[in-house]
Design a protein. Structure first.
Length: 494
């Protein structure tokens, strides 16, 4: 896969293009609604669901508050079990560490299990530049790799493609990278999975080096935990002679028992399953069982920046379930690639600015990529206040260096603020707005407001303000203090 999000257009421009693609919107709508329905059914089975969410948030907050000591404890446990721990401050250092570890083995072909972090740091590109061919083994990642495409979802990276498009990719590209797709391949899911399985088998058996991510790191025992649905991850961590796991420092949980909470939350929230089919754990190396060498690369890459933010550190609780994306009306209509990152959707809208800085040109607009409906808060299994973070990031952008670009907007808001302190002025302004609504354009506003209506219609302005209606109807009640059958007083809402 040669594509990357480097140089990707900001969200407004990318969304303007993606919303014009009816096939993409149909694909994303179908996939998100399917996962949502499965999740809701299984969550309803758990009377203690809210308590599980509370526990998960508390465990994560404890780990993050004492992250320094838990990381040191993790390092000691990993090394005591025969593993080696490497520390990477940023993407470049992490890629260099992994590249050198692979070079040391003399291998030029490796297999990889799905890892958001390795995509975040651009590991595949770094390995390719060093002459190392890294083969993805997750089904969705294979599709993207063969199709030279980019991910659009945390859990289902190829969500934006339908089965017919996947079949076409397999038929055209598999033969260029190994075993070709079977003749007469259809878009039946079982046939597509079989084609991928046959294509990968020879790569698994030949690989001497495997690279994985990790869903959790247990400080108490030095254990790495990986949750998956296909079994490819387990092949990557058991067959190679050298195993390299690249994991973010925020994935630490204090004890083995803490996993109980997260494993109950993760599968239900991500794929709508009671339990993930494959939950793999590994601790160091064991003689004559699995890899002979184990390396754990712990990556910061902006995480301590997020940790320093009193509100933003909540984003580091994220267990990468994707539930916030599946419920988000903005994500559903734009798709994930519009966010310009491997972390799309509501969590990406706060995580990317926190990791990269709010002044990053590719992420500065992401806090505005939300309707603030709050649905993401309701489904987040670790209770991240996503909308609160979005509002805080919007404030940082408005008050930061970028405010120079929004002088007219700030001046207008200052005027509105002053008027709201004076009830008589505010009432007169509201009344005037109702009159102005009669003559206002119905589709497009003139500059400098034209940008707002480029992708939306001007809403109808009511002739009567809420205050006027309230005074006229006594708050929707008739003269006897009764509410009418429609929930309104005499005359109702106009």
């Amino acid at each position: 896969m040669s594509k990357s999000f480097v140089g990707w257009p900001p969200f407004p421009k990318a969304a303007e293009r993606s919303t014009r693609d009816p096939q993409l919107r149909a694909n994303v709508h179908r996939a998100t609604h399917t996962i949502r329905a499965k999740r809701d059914g299984l969550v309803g089975e758990r009377p203690d669901w809210e308590q599980l969410r509370d526990s998960a948030a508390a465990i994560k907050d404890t780990a993050l508050h004492h992250l320094d000591s838990y990381l040191v404890r993790l390092e000691a446990a990993v090394e005591a079990a025969g593993g080696v721990v490497h520390w990477a401050r940023d993407a470049a250092e992490a890629c260099l560490i992994v590249t050198e570890l692979v070079r040391r083995t003399g291998e030029t072909r490796i297999v990889k299990a799905k890892s958001m972090l390795t995509e975040e740091i651009g590991l595949d590109d770094a390995l390719r530049a060093a002459g190392i061919d890294a083969r993805e083994t997750d089904l969705a990642e294979i599709i993207l790799h063969l199709g030279d495409d980019l991910p659009s979802h945390i859990v289902v990276p190829s969500m934006h493609l339908n089965r017919g498009q996947i079949r076409d990719i397999f038929t055209a590209e598999m033969g260029k990278h190994g075993r070709p797709a079977p003749a007469g391949l259809t878009d039946d899911p079982n046939e597509l999975a079989d084609a991928a399985r046959l294509h990968l088998r020879e790569k698994f058996l030949a690989a001497k080096v495997g690279v994985t991510g990790g869903n959790f790191l247990v400080a108490e025992t030095g254990t790495v935990v990986m949750v998956e649905s296909e079994g490819n991850g387990r092949m990557c961590l058991t067959l190679p002679e050298t195993l390299i796991s690249v994991v973010g420092i925020e994935k630490v949980v204090p004890t083995w028992r803490d996993l109980e909470v997260f494993l109950q939350l993760l599968a239900r929230s991500s794929t709508g399953e009671r339990m993930s089919p494959y939950v793999s754990t590994w601790t160091g190396v064991t003689d004559r069982d699995g890899p002979r060498e184990f390396h754990l690369v712990l990556v910061d890459n902006g995480r301590t920046r997020a940790l320093a933010d009193p509100l933003g550190r909540q984003a580091l609780r994220c267990i990468r379930c994707g539930a916030c994306m599946n419920i988000c009306p903005v994500y559903e209509r734009t798709g994930g690639q519009t966010y310009g990152s491997v972390y799309p959707g509501p969590i990406g809208a706060i995580l990317n600015p926190l990791l990269k800085g709010a002044d990053d040109p590719q992420t500065a607009s992401l806090p505005y990529a939300s309707s603030l409906c709050g649905a993401c808060n309701e489904v987040c299994p670790v209770r991240i206040d996503i909308t609160g973070n979005l509002l805080e990031l919007r404030n940082d952008i408005a008050e930061g260096p970028a405010q120079v670009k929004h002088r007219a907007e700030r001046a207008a808001l200052d005027v509105v603020e002053r008027m709201m302190y004076h009830p008589h002025l505010w009432a007169a302004a509201v009344k005037t707005a109702g009159i102005a609504g009669v003559v206002a354009p119905k589709k497009r506003l003139p500059p400098p407001l034209s940008g707002w209506t480029r992708s939306r219609l001007v809403p109808a302005v009511p002739r009567e303000s809420f205050r006027t209606w309230w005074a006229r109807t006594h708050g929707g009640r008739d003269g006897n203090g009764q509410v009418d059958a429609m929930g309104n007083g005499h005359g109702g809402l106009r």
